[in-house]
Ligand binder design. Structure first.
Ligand code: GDP
Ligand code: IMO
Ligand code: MG
Length: 427
Protein backbone atom coordinates (compact mmCIF):
# COMPACT_ATOMS: atom_id res chain seq x y z
CA UNK A 1 0.00 0.00 0.00
CA UNK A 2 0.95 3.58 -0.58
CA UNK A 3 1.50 6.89 1.15
CA UNK A 4 -1.12 8.79 3.13
CA UNK A 5 -0.45 12.42 4.00
CA UNK A 6 -2.05 14.12 7.03
CA UNK A 7 -1.91 17.90 6.88
CA UNK A 8 -3.30 20.75 8.99
CA UNK A 9 -5.93 22.70 7.06
CA UNK A 10 -5.84 25.84 9.22
CA UNK A 11 -3.23 27.57 11.44
CA UNK A 12 -2.05 24.44 13.27
CA UNK A 13 -3.27 22.55 16.35
CA UNK A 14 -6.16 21.05 14.37
CA UNK A 15 -5.76 17.69 16.09
CA UNK A 16 -3.26 16.12 13.68
CA UNK A 17 -1.73 14.06 16.50
CA UNK A 18 -4.98 12.30 17.31
CA UNK A 19 -5.78 11.69 13.64
CA UNK A 20 -2.30 10.27 12.99
CA UNK A 21 -2.64 8.02 16.05
CA UNK A 22 -5.95 6.78 14.63
CA UNK A 23 -4.57 6.09 11.14
CA UNK A 24 -1.33 4.57 12.46
CA UNK A 25 -3.25 1.39 13.25
CA UNK A 26 -3.07 0.61 9.52
CA UNK A 27 0.37 2.07 8.78
CA UNK A 28 3.83 0.47 8.82
CA UNK A 29 5.80 3.70 8.86
CA UNK A 30 4.80 7.02 10.43
CA UNK A 31 6.96 9.98 9.44
CA UNK A 32 7.25 13.67 10.35
CA UNK A 33 8.22 15.68 7.29
CA UNK A 34 8.53 19.34 8.37
CA UNK A 35 8.98 21.73 11.27
CA UNK A 36 10.65 21.02 14.58
CA UNK A 37 9.74 21.19 18.24
CA UNK A 38 7.58 24.23 17.54
CA UNK A 39 4.98 21.49 16.91
CA UNK A 40 3.03 20.03 19.80
CA UNK A 41 0.91 17.01 18.87
CA UNK A 42 -1.37 15.49 21.49
CA UNK A 43 -2.40 11.85 21.65
CA UNK A 44 -4.84 10.76 24.36
CA UNK A 45 -4.86 6.96 24.52
CA UNK A 46 -4.16 3.97 26.75
CA UNK A 47 -4.42 6.19 29.82
CA UNK A 48 -1.66 8.52 28.57
CA UNK A 49 -1.74 12.12 27.41
CA UNK A 50 1.28 12.29 25.12
CA UNK A 51 2.48 15.70 23.98
CA UNK A 52 4.87 14.97 21.15
CA UNK A 53 7.10 17.60 19.62
CA UNK A 54 9.42 15.58 17.38
CA UNK A 55 8.61 11.88 17.60
CA UNK A 56 5.77 10.95 15.21
CA UNK A 57 2.32 10.40 16.71
CA UNK A 58 2.29 6.75 15.64
CA UNK A 59 4.70 5.81 18.45
CA UNK A 60 1.96 4.28 20.65
CA UNK A 61 1.38 1.55 18.06
CA UNK A 62 4.20 -0.92 18.66
CA UNK A 63 4.12 -2.28 15.10
CA UNK A 64 5.12 1.07 13.55
CA UNK A 65 8.55 2.41 12.64
CA UNK A 66 8.69 6.17 13.29
CA UNK A 67 10.75 8.42 11.03
CA UNK A 68 11.98 11.99 11.34
CA UNK A 69 12.61 13.17 7.79
CA UNK A 70 15.12 15.45 6.09
CA UNK A 71 12.64 18.34 6.11
CA UNK A 72 12.50 18.37 9.92
CA UNK A 73 14.76 20.51 12.12
CA UNK A 74 15.81 18.81 15.32
CA UNK A 75 16.73 20.19 18.69
CA UNK A 76 18.79 17.25 20.02
CA UNK A 77 18.09 18.24 23.64
CA UNK A 78 14.36 17.96 23.01
CA UNK A 79 14.67 14.72 21.04
CA UNK A 80 16.68 13.04 23.81
CA UNK A 81 14.18 14.27 26.41
CA UNK A 82 11.23 13.00 24.42
CA UNK A 83 12.83 9.58 23.89
CA UNK A 84 13.50 9.36 27.66
CA UNK A 85 9.91 10.30 28.51
CA UNK A 86 8.51 7.71 26.11
CA UNK A 87 10.90 5.03 27.38
CA UNK A 88 9.78 5.79 30.95
CA UNK A 89 6.24 4.93 29.84
CA UNK A 90 7.48 1.56 28.64
CA UNK A 91 7.33 2.49 24.96
CA UNK A 92 10.02 1.02 22.73
CA UNK A 93 12.03 3.92 21.31
CA UNK A 94 15.14 2.04 20.22
CA UNK A 95 16.96 2.80 16.95
CA UNK A 96 15.10 -0.04 15.24
CA UNK A 97 11.86 1.86 15.79
CA UNK A 98 12.84 5.52 15.61
CA UNK A 99 15.00 6.82 12.78
CA UNK A 100 16.38 10.30 12.24
CA UNK A 101 17.33 11.45 8.76
CA UNK A 102 21.03 12.21 8.30
CA UNK A 103 19.88 15.26 6.33
CA UNK A 104 17.74 16.76 9.11
CA UNK A 105 19.22 20.03 10.39
CA UNK A 106 20.24 20.50 14.02
CA UNK A 107 18.95 23.36 16.18
CA UNK A 108 21.56 24.86 18.51
CA UNK A 109 20.96 27.04 21.58
CA UNK A 110 22.15 30.03 19.54
CA UNK A 111 19.36 29.45 16.99
CA UNK A 112 16.91 29.77 19.86
CA UNK A 113 18.65 32.86 21.19
CA UNK A 114 18.57 34.44 17.72
CA UNK A 115 14.86 33.60 17.37
CA UNK A 116 14.16 35.43 20.64
CA UNK A 117 16.42 38.34 19.68
CA UNK A 118 14.71 38.81 16.29
CA UNK A 119 11.27 38.67 17.87
CA UNK A 120 12.24 41.25 20.49
CA UNK A 121 13.72 43.49 17.80
CA UNK A 122 10.47 43.34 15.80
CA UNK A 123 8.65 44.89 18.75
CA UNK A 124 4.99 45.38 17.88
CA UNK A 125 5.51 43.61 14.57
CA UNK A 126 6.63 40.37 16.29
CA UNK A 127 5.40 37.14 14.69
CA UNK A 128 4.78 35.47 18.02
CA UNK A 129 7.07 32.54 17.22
CA UNK A 130 7.48 29.64 19.60
CA UNK A 131 11.12 30.78 20.10
CA UNK A 132 12.36 27.29 19.33
CA UNK A 133 14.92 28.56 16.82
CA UNK A 134 12.89 27.50 13.80
CA UNK A 135 13.37 30.60 11.61
CA UNK A 136 17.14 30.85 12.24
CA UNK A 137 17.84 27.14 11.65
CA UNK A 138 15.95 27.04 8.34
CA UNK A 139 17.75 30.28 7.38
CA UNK A 140 21.12 28.56 7.99
CA UNK A 141 19.91 25.54 6.01
CA UNK A 142 18.96 27.70 3.02
CA UNK A 143 22.24 29.62 3.34
CA UNK A 144 24.04 26.25 3.30
CA UNK A 145 25.90 26.81 6.55
CA UNK A 146 23.79 24.46 8.68
CA UNK A 147 24.68 21.43 10.75
CA UNK A 148 23.02 18.11 9.86
CA UNK A 149 22.25 15.04 11.94
CA UNK A 150 24.56 12.92 9.74
CA UNK A 151 27.52 14.93 10.99
CA UNK A 152 27.01 13.36 14.42
CA UNK A 153 28.68 10.20 13.07
CA UNK A 154 32.08 11.86 13.46
CA UNK A 155 31.66 13.19 16.97
CA UNK A 156 34.90 15.16 17.04
CA UNK A 157 34.25 16.97 13.77
CA UNK A 158 30.67 17.56 14.95
CA UNK A 159 31.96 19.26 18.10
CA UNK A 160 34.24 21.50 16.03
CA UNK A 161 31.40 22.49 13.74
CA UNK A 162 29.15 23.25 16.74
CA UNK A 163 31.89 25.54 18.10
CA UNK A 164 32.23 27.35 14.76
CA UNK A 165 28.51 27.88 14.38
CA UNK A 166 27.99 28.99 17.98
CA UNK A 167 30.85 31.50 17.61
CA UNK A 168 29.41 32.87 14.41
CA UNK A 169 25.91 33.16 15.94
CA UNK A 170 27.41 34.75 19.04
CA UNK A 171 28.92 37.54 16.93
CA UNK A 172 25.44 38.38 15.68
CA UNK A 173 23.93 38.17 19.17
CA UNK A 174 26.57 40.47 20.64
CA UNK A 175 27.27 42.93 17.85
CA UNK A 176 23.85 43.22 16.27
CA UNK A 177 21.52 42.62 19.20
CA UNK A 178 23.74 43.66 22.13
CA UNK A 179 23.09 40.36 23.93
CA UNK A 180 25.23 38.00 25.97
CA UNK A 181 26.98 35.23 24.01
CA UNK A 182 26.06 31.58 24.51
CA UNK A 183 28.99 29.75 26.24
CA UNK A 184 30.94 27.88 23.55
CA UNK A 185 32.72 25.16 25.55
CA UNK A 186 29.65 24.09 27.52
CA UNK A 187 27.54 23.96 24.39
CA UNK A 188 30.14 21.87 22.57
CA UNK A 189 30.40 19.40 25.47
CA UNK A 190 26.64 19.06 25.76
CA UNK A 191 26.25 18.50 22.02
CA UNK A 192 29.09 16.01 21.76
CA UNK A 193 27.37 13.96 24.46
CA UNK A 194 24.05 14.28 22.61
CA UNK A 195 25.70 13.20 19.36
CA UNK A 196 27.05 10.08 21.07
CA UNK A 197 23.60 9.33 22.42
CA UNK A 198 21.62 10.02 19.21
CA UNK A 199 24.09 8.69 16.63
CA UNK A 200 22.52 5.20 16.51
CA UNK A 201 19.23 6.75 15.38
CA UNK A 202 20.70 8.40 12.28
CA UNK A 203 19.59 6.76 9.05
CA UNK A 204 19.01 7.33 5.36
CA UNK A 205 15.30 7.93 5.81
CA UNK A 206 14.47 8.33 2.11
CA UNK A 207 16.03 4.89 1.56
CA UNK A 208 13.93 3.40 4.39
CA UNK A 209 10.85 4.97 2.78
CA UNK A 210 11.75 3.72 -0.70
CA UNK A 211 12.25 0.15 0.51
CA UNK A 212 8.99 0.17 2.45
CA UNK A 213 6.98 1.56 -0.48
CA UNK A 214 8.55 -0.98 -2.85
CA UNK A 215 7.52 -3.75 -0.43
CA UNK A 216 3.93 -2.52 -0.52
CA UNK A 217 3.97 -1.06 2.99
CA UNK A 218 1.91 1.94 4.08
CA UNK A 219 3.68 5.22 4.84
CA UNK A 220 1.75 7.70 6.97
CA UNK A 221 3.15 11.22 6.66
CA UNK A 222 2.49 13.55 9.58
CA UNK A 223 2.50 17.26 8.84
CA UNK A 224 3.33 19.83 11.50
CA UNK A 225 1.76 23.31 11.71
CA UNK A 226 -0.88 23.93 9.04
CA UNK A 227 -1.60 25.18 5.53
CA UNK A 228 -1.89 28.84 6.56
CA UNK A 229 1.47 28.66 8.36
CA UNK A 230 3.18 27.33 5.21
CA UNK A 231 6.22 29.42 4.28
CA UNK A 232 5.18 29.85 0.64
CA UNK A 233 1.39 29.76 0.70
CA UNK A 234 0.43 30.89 4.21
CA UNK A 235 -0.29 34.29 5.67
CA UNK A 236 3.27 35.56 5.16
CA UNK A 237 5.10 36.90 7.13
CA UNK A 238 3.02 35.40 9.96
CA UNK A 239 4.00 31.87 9.05
CA UNK A 240 6.54 29.27 10.06
CA UNK A 241 9.69 28.57 8.03
CA UNK A 242 8.89 25.19 6.48
CA UNK A 243 6.65 23.54 3.88
CA UNK A 244 3.60 22.49 5.85
CA UNK A 245 1.50 21.62 2.80
CA UNK A 246 1.16 18.09 1.40
CA UNK A 247 3.91 18.77 -1.15
CA UNK A 248 6.25 19.23 1.80
CA UNK A 249 5.85 15.53 2.60
CA UNK A 250 7.38 14.55 -0.74
CA UNK A 251 10.30 16.95 -0.42
CA UNK A 252 10.74 16.45 3.32
CA UNK A 253 10.83 12.65 3.17
CA UNK A 254 12.12 12.13 -0.35
CA UNK A 255 9.62 10.13 -2.40
CA UNK A 256 7.60 10.75 -5.54
CA UNK A 257 3.97 11.88 -5.96
CA UNK A 258 2.90 8.65 -7.65
CA UNK A 259 2.82 6.89 -4.27
CA UNK A 260 0.27 9.22 -2.70
CA UNK A 261 -3.14 7.59 -2.33
CA UNK A 262 -4.88 9.84 0.19
CA UNK A 263 -4.34 13.37 1.46
CA UNK A 264 -6.25 13.95 4.65
CA UNK A 265 -6.79 17.49 5.86
CA UNK A 266 -7.44 18.07 9.55
CA UNK A 267 -9.64 20.96 10.66
CA UNK A 268 -11.29 21.93 13.89
CA UNK A 269 -15.03 22.55 13.78
CA UNK A 270 -14.02 26.20 14.42
CA UNK A 271 -10.75 28.08 13.94
CA UNK A 272 -7.82 28.88 16.22
CA UNK A 273 -4.52 30.63 15.82
CA UNK A 274 -1.62 31.08 18.22
CA UNK A 275 0.76 33.94 17.60
CA UNK A 276 0.24 37.15 15.66
CA UNK A 277 -1.21 37.83 12.20
CA UNK A 278 -4.61 38.38 10.62
CA UNK A 279 -7.51 36.11 11.61
CA UNK A 280 -10.72 37.28 9.89
CA UNK A 281 -13.21 35.17 11.87
CA UNK A 282 -11.60 35.79 15.28
CA UNK A 283 -14.05 36.16 18.17
CA UNK A 284 -12.97 38.70 20.76
CA UNK A 285 -16.22 38.41 22.71
CA UNK A 286 -17.52 35.92 25.28
CA UNK A 287 -18.19 33.27 22.60
CA UNK A 288 -14.45 33.24 21.87
CA UNK A 289 -13.71 32.83 25.57
CA UNK A 290 -16.24 30.04 25.82
CA UNK A 291 -14.67 28.15 22.93
CA UNK A 292 -11.19 28.62 24.44
CA UNK A 293 -12.29 27.21 27.78
CA UNK A 294 -14.46 24.38 26.40
CA UNK A 295 -11.78 23.40 23.89
CA UNK A 296 -8.81 23.77 26.24
CA UNK A 297 -7.31 26.13 23.68
CA UNK A 298 -3.90 26.74 25.21
CA UNK A 299 -0.74 26.02 23.22
CA UNK A 300 0.69 22.49 23.55
CA UNK A 301 4.23 23.83 23.14
CA UNK A 302 4.16 27.30 24.73
CA UNK A 303 1.00 27.27 26.90
CA UNK A 304 -0.15 30.54 25.28
CA UNK A 305 -3.93 31.07 25.04
CA UNK A 306 -5.02 30.37 21.47
CA UNK A 307 -7.10 32.95 19.61
CA UNK A 308 -10.49 31.41 18.75
CA UNK A 309 -13.06 32.14 16.04
CA UNK A 310 -15.73 30.76 13.72
CA UNK A 311 -15.03 28.19 11.05
CA UNK A 312 -13.81 29.78 7.81
CA UNK A 313 -14.90 27.93 4.66
CA UNK A 314 -12.77 29.97 2.19
CA UNK A 315 -9.76 28.80 4.25
CA UNK A 316 -10.83 25.16 3.99
CA UNK A 317 -11.37 25.47 0.24
CA UNK A 318 -7.88 26.98 -0.04
CA UNK A 319 -6.54 23.99 1.92
CA UNK A 320 -8.34 21.54 -0.40
CA UNK A 321 -6.78 23.27 -3.40
CA UNK A 322 -3.22 23.62 -2.08
CA UNK A 323 -2.92 20.13 -0.68
CA UNK A 324 -5.12 18.20 -3.09
CA UNK A 325 -7.11 16.99 -0.11
CA UNK A 326 -9.12 13.85 -0.77
CA UNK A 327 -10.96 13.98 2.55
CA UNK A 328 -11.23 15.96 5.78
CA UNK A 329 -11.10 14.94 9.45
CA UNK A 330 -13.18 17.37 11.51
CA UNK A 331 -12.13 17.54 15.17
CA UNK A 332 -13.62 19.14 18.30
CA UNK A 333 -17.23 19.18 17.15
CA UNK A 334 -18.12 18.57 20.83
CA UNK A 335 -16.69 21.99 21.75
CA UNK A 336 -19.51 23.73 19.84
CA UNK A 337 -22.24 22.06 21.92
CA UNK A 338 -24.53 24.64 23.48
CA UNK A 339 -23.51 27.56 21.25
CA UNK A 340 -26.25 28.97 19.05
CA UNK A 341 -26.65 30.16 16.54
CA UNK A 342 -23.40 28.94 15.04
CA UNK A 343 -21.77 30.98 12.32
CA UNK A 344 -19.47 29.95 9.49
CA UNK A 345 -17.70 32.30 7.08
CA UNK A 346 -18.79 31.44 3.53
CA UNK A 347 -17.07 34.28 1.67
CA UNK A 348 -15.20 37.57 2.12
CA UNK A 349 -16.19 41.07 1.11
CA UNK A 350 -14.49 44.40 0.64
CA UNK A 351 -16.05 47.66 -0.55
CA UNK A 352 -19.06 45.92 -2.08
CA UNK A 353 -16.88 43.26 -3.75
CA UNK A 354 -17.49 39.65 -2.74
CA UNK A 355 -15.23 36.63 -3.17
CA UNK A 356 -15.45 33.02 -2.10
CA UNK A 357 -11.70 32.64 -2.53
CA UNK A 358 -9.12 33.02 0.20
CA UNK A 359 -6.70 35.84 -0.78
CA UNK A 360 -3.94 33.23 -0.81
CA UNK A 361 -0.43 34.16 -1.83
CA UNK A 362 -0.99 37.89 -1.47
CA UNK A 363 -0.39 37.12 2.21
CA UNK A 364 -1.31 38.85 5.43
CA UNK A 365 -1.32 42.35 3.92
CA UNK A 366 -4.15 41.44 1.57
CA UNK A 367 -6.11 39.35 4.04
CA UNK A 368 -6.61 42.26 6.45
CA UNK A 369 -8.51 44.17 3.72
CA UNK A 370 -11.33 41.62 3.61
CA UNK A 371 -14.21 41.01 6.03
CA UNK A 372 -15.88 37.62 6.41
CA UNK A 373 -19.47 37.05 5.24
CA UNK A 374 -21.29 34.72 7.61
CA UNK A 375 -24.06 32.21 7.36
CA UNK A 376 -25.92 31.20 10.53
CA UNK A 377 -26.67 27.60 11.41
CA UNK A 378 -28.64 26.25 14.35
CA UNK A 379 -26.66 24.83 17.26
CA UNK A 380 -27.47 21.83 19.47
CA UNK A 381 -27.74 21.26 23.22
CA UNK A 382 -27.14 17.51 23.50
CA UNK A 383 -23.77 16.29 24.79
CA UNK A 384 -22.27 14.52 21.77
CA UNK A 385 -19.15 13.06 23.39
CA UNK A 386 -20.67 9.61 23.56
CA UNK A 387 -21.67 9.61 19.87
CA UNK A 388 -19.93 6.86 17.90
CA UNK A 389 -22.11 6.57 14.79
CA UNK A 390 -23.38 9.27 12.44
CA UNK A 391 -26.94 8.50 13.57
CA UNK A 392 -25.95 9.34 17.18
CA UNK A 393 -25.35 13.00 16.27
CA UNK A 394 -28.23 15.47 16.65
CA UNK A 395 -29.70 16.68 13.31
CA UNK A 396 -28.21 20.18 13.78
CA UNK A 397 -24.73 18.70 14.19
CA UNK A 398 -25.25 16.55 11.10
CA UNK A 399 -26.42 19.63 9.18
CA UNK A 400 -23.31 21.54 10.30
CA UNK A 401 -21.04 18.76 8.99
CA UNK A 402 -23.02 18.50 5.73
CA UNK A 403 -22.80 22.26 5.17
CA UNK A 404 -19.00 22.06 5.39
CA UNK A 405 -18.85 19.12 2.98
CA UNK A 406 -21.06 20.95 0.52
CA UNK A 407 -18.76 23.99 0.64
CA UNK A 408 -15.47 22.13 0.25
CA UNK A 409 -16.50 19.37 -2.15
CA UNK A 410 -14.75 16.50 -0.32
CA UNK A 411 -16.11 14.08 2.27
CA UNK A 412 -15.63 14.40 6.02
CA UNK A 413 -14.60 10.87 6.96
CA UNK A 414 -13.77 11.26 10.66
CA UNK A 415 -15.42 13.47 13.29
CA UNK A 416 -13.83 14.10 16.69
CA UNK A 417 -16.30 14.36 19.57
CA UNK A 418 -13.67 14.30 22.33
CA UNK A 419 -9.88 14.04 22.68
CA UNK A 420 -9.82 10.29 23.41
CA UNK A 421 -9.00 7.65 20.82
CA UNK A 422 -12.48 6.15 20.98
CA UNK A 423 -14.28 9.53 20.88
CA UNK A 424 -14.62 9.32 17.14
CA UNK A 425 -17.47 9.13 14.65
CA UNK A 426 -16.41 7.44 11.41
CA UNK A 427 -18.23 7.78 8.11
P1 GDP B 1 -2.03 19.14 16.63
O1 GDP B 1 -0.88 20.08 16.85
O2 GDP B 1 -2.72 19.35 15.32
O3 GDP B 1 -1.67 17.69 16.83
O4 GDP B 1 -3.11 19.50 17.77
P2 GDP B 1 -2.80 19.81 19.33
O5 GDP B 1 -2.51 18.53 20.01
O6 GDP B 1 -1.82 20.91 19.47
O7 GDP B 1 -4.19 20.43 19.78
C1 GDP B 1 -5.38 19.71 19.67
C2 GDP B 1 -5.99 19.58 21.06
O8 GDP B 1 -7.34 19.20 20.95
C3 GDP B 1 -5.35 18.51 21.93
O9 GDP B 1 -5.40 18.93 23.27
C4 GDP B 1 -6.23 17.30 21.69
O10 GDP B 1 -6.23 16.37 22.78
C5 GDP B 1 -7.58 17.95 21.57
N1 GDP B 1 -8.54 17.26 20.69
C6 GDP B 1 -8.32 16.62 19.51
N2 GDP B 1 -9.48 16.20 18.97
C7 GDP B 1 -10.46 16.58 19.82
C8 GDP B 1 -11.89 16.45 19.80
O11 GDP B 1 -12.49 15.92 18.87
N3 GDP B 1 -12.56 17.01 20.87
C9 GDP B 1 -11.93 17.62 21.90
N4 GDP B 1 -12.67 18.13 22.88
N5 GDP B 1 -10.60 17.75 21.95
C10 GDP B 1 -9.87 17.24 20.92
P1 IMO C 1 1.40 22.15 15.48
O1 IMO C 1 2.24 21.17 14.67
C1 IMO C 1 0.14 26.28 15.98
C2 IMO C 1 3.05 29.37 14.90
C3 IMO C 1 3.63 30.24 16.00
C4 IMO C 1 3.84 31.54 15.24
C5 IMO C 1 4.30 31.03 13.87
C6 IMO C 1 5.80 31.00 13.68
O2 IMO C 1 1.28 21.79 16.90
O3 IMO C 1 0.11 22.42 14.78
P2 IMO C 1 7.72 29.40 14.63
O4 IMO C 1 8.12 29.09 16.03
O5 IMO C 1 7.31 28.22 13.83
O6 IMO C 1 8.73 30.25 13.92
O7 IMO C 1 6.40 30.35 14.79
O8 IMO C 1 3.78 29.72 13.75
N1 IMO C 1 3.21 27.92 15.13
C7 IMO C 1 2.21 27.10 15.43
N2 IMO C 1 0.90 27.36 15.71
N3 IMO C 1 0.57 25.02 15.96
C8 IMO C 1 1.86 24.73 15.66
O9 IMO C 1 2.31 23.47 15.48
C9 IMO C 1 2.75 25.80 15.42
N4 IMO C 1 4.07 25.89 15.14
C10 IMO C 1 4.34 27.19 14.93
O10 IMO C 1 2.71 30.41 17.06
O11 IMO C 1 2.61 32.19 15.05
MG1 MG D 1 -0.23 21.49 18.23
Amino acid sequence: MPAIIVVGAQWGDEGKGRVVDDLARQAHLVARYNGGDNAGHTVVAQGHVLRLHLVPSGILHPHTVCLIGAGVVVNPVQLAKELDELAALGIDVGPERVKLSAAAHIILPTHRALDGAREAARGREAIGTTRRGIGPVYADKAARVGLRAGQMMDVEAFGQRVAELVRSHNRLLQEHYGLEPVPVEETVQEHVALAQRLRPYVADVSEVVAEALAAGKTLLCEGAQGTLLDLDHGTYPFVTSSSCVAGGALAGLGFGPGHVARVIGVSKAYTTRVGAGPFPTELTDEVGVRIREAGGEYGTTTGRPRRCGWLDLPILRYAVQLNGLTELALTKLDVLTGIHPLRVAVAYEREGQRTERFPGEYGAEELVRWRPVYEELPGWEEDIRSARRWEDLPPQAQAYVRRIEEAIGIPITLIGVGPGREETVRR
